[in-house]
Design a protein around this ligand. Structure first.
Ligand SMILES: NC(=O)C1=CN([C@@H]2O[C@H](COP(=O)(O)OP(=O)(O)OC[C@H]3O[C@@H](n4cnc5c(N)ncnc54)[C@H](OP(=O)(O)O)[C@@H]3O)[C@@H](O)[C@H]2O)C=CC1
Ligand SMILES: Cc1cn([C@H]2C[C@H](O)[C@@H](COP(=O)(O)OP(=O)(O)O[C@H]3O[C@@H](C)C(=O)[C@@H](O)[C@H]3O)O2)c(=O)[nH]c1=O
Length: 295
């Protein structure tokens, strides 16, 4: 059956992958980004949803500039809380399911083990707090919702840590990267694939497992370990003649406006048991780094 999908944030890292994969499934996709549908415009969101009447809405739009968010507070809340609220109200009105993406940054990062969905949240910065407010708005306004918390996203489109590292490698012989923040790098294409699998299952009339799911990459690694893996892959693919020296530094040696969680490791048991979705295997996604190289 042809599915009607309203996809917001369609030009972002995850949005691009969603558009490509949903189109390949033969879905009828209304793919919009900020220029076509600003999700902070309540009237425009309501009109788009009621006119298109989607079966599914996936919100891949967000304010993702973590440090900038500390001073861009109004914009962060408008995009990360109010926009999802308007989409949730629209979804509820037309009977669509809403899939929304959230982040490991809703947690403080001081837990010893892996974070499960029911763990207490305690965001350390404006980005995480505004994303948490977005989760709460989605749950409040739309019964048939799925929230996918993910972490450390990288993909061929858009800006991410992999591209930053490869750009720095073209400019410097050595760099310092924090070794005391640990998480699961997650390939954007795997997030898109997980969301579409979830949507297909959730469209079945017997589906009842609404709520929050964790999905991120394995193995868990520090940003320093991830940087080393990126450079090793780039050298083996002959995209770099030599890796820069990567010094393992402490968070305190790399001061940033926003505080980041030391432990970003998400337990992905629930998504596997409900949907059969395995964690993203990030080393496999580094197999061809050519699209990530600076122009
Ligand atoms: N990036 C990461 O490491 C992580 C991301 N996430 C979450 O995953 C989701 C996808 O992230 P990612 O693909 O990396 O994000 P990107 O920043 O790559 O893409 C977000 C998209 O949203 C668009 N957008 C911003 N504001 C609006 C608006 N008012 N109306 C409509 N569109 C808007 C952006 O457009 P423009 O470029 O014009 O601003 C951009 O195209 C987000 O919910 C994010 O919070 C979760 C964990 C980690
Ligand atoms: C560029 C650079 C960063 N770092 C550190 C800073 C930080 O602690 C870590 C990652 O830096 P970034 O600023 O690229 O990552 P950041 O923007 O914090 O990434 C986050 O984005 C949001 C959207 C999310 O939801 C999170 O899951 C997470 O992916 O690496 C270094 O130690 N050395 C460097 O040269």
């Amino acid at each position: 059956m042809t599915r009607k999908l309203l996809l917001t944030g369609a030009k972002g890292q995850v949005g691009c992958c969603l558009l490509q994969q949903a189109s390949a499934l033969g879905w009828y996709v209304l793919a919009v980004d900020r220029d076509e549908l600003d999700i902070t415009d309540k009237a425009a969101v309501s009109l788009a949803v009621t006119e298109f009447k989607p079966d599914i809405i996936i919100n891949a739009a967000a304010h993702t500039a973590v440090d900038k968010a500390e001073t861009d507070i109004d914009a962060s809340y408008a995009i990360n809380r109010d926009g999802p609220a308007y989409l949730a109200q629209g979804a509820q009105q037309v009977g669509a399911l809403l899939l929304h993406i959230s982040t490991d940054y809703v947690f403080a990062g001081d837990k010893d083990g892996l974070y499960v969905e029911s763990d207490p949240v305690d965001p350390q910065g404006v980005y995480g707090a505004s994303k948490l407010a977005g989760e709460q708005a989605v749950a409040e306004f739309c019964e048939r919702h799925l929230i996918l918390r993910t972490a450390w996203v990288f993909g061929e489109q858009g800006n991410n840590f992999v591209k930053t590292m490869l750009r720095l490698a073209s400019q410097r012989d050595s760099l310092g990267v924090v070794a005391d923040q640990v998480g699961g790098p997650t390939y954007a294409g795997d997030i898109a694939s997980a969301l579409l699998t979830m949507a297909q299952r959730a469209l079945q009339p017997d589906f009842k497992d609404w709520g929050i799911y964790h999905f991120s990459g394995e193995p868990h690694v520090s940003w320093h370990g991830f940087a080393c893996a990126i450079f090793a892959a780039a050298v083996s693919q002959q995209l770099l003649t030599q890796a820069p020296r990567v010094n393992a530094i402490a968070t305190t040696d790399y001061p940033t406006p926003a505080k980041r969680p030391a432990n970003s490791r998400l337990d992905c048991t629930r998504i596997r048991s409900v949907f059969g979705i395995a964690p993203s295997a990030w080393p496999a996604a580094l197999t061809d780094l050519s699209p990530y190289m600076p122009a």
